[in-house]
Design a protein. Structure first.
Length: 68
């Protein structure tokens, strides 16, 4: 009888470990995806800022030319 209880307890604890490992893997995958999306957003924002700066410089250059 003791052996059956020990086997059931061991099986239950093993199941919990597998569930915990699966949950940790799922969370890690979600964090990785979130990080990649953040990098894409940052790259796009840097490109947008670069374009805006370029347009500002062009506008300033045209204003200088018009003032002459």
């Amino acid at each position: 009888m003791k052996q059956i209880i020990v086997l059931i307890a061991a099986a239950a604890l093993t199941g919990c470990g597998v569930e915990t490992a699966t949950t940790a893997a799922t969370v890690a995958a979600a964090k990785k995806q979130e990080l990649e999306q953040g990098k894409k957003t940052m790259d796009k924002m840097q490109q947008d800022v670069g374009k805006a700066m370029e347009q500002t410089q062009q506008s300033a250059a045209r204003a200088d030319e018009a003032a002459k």
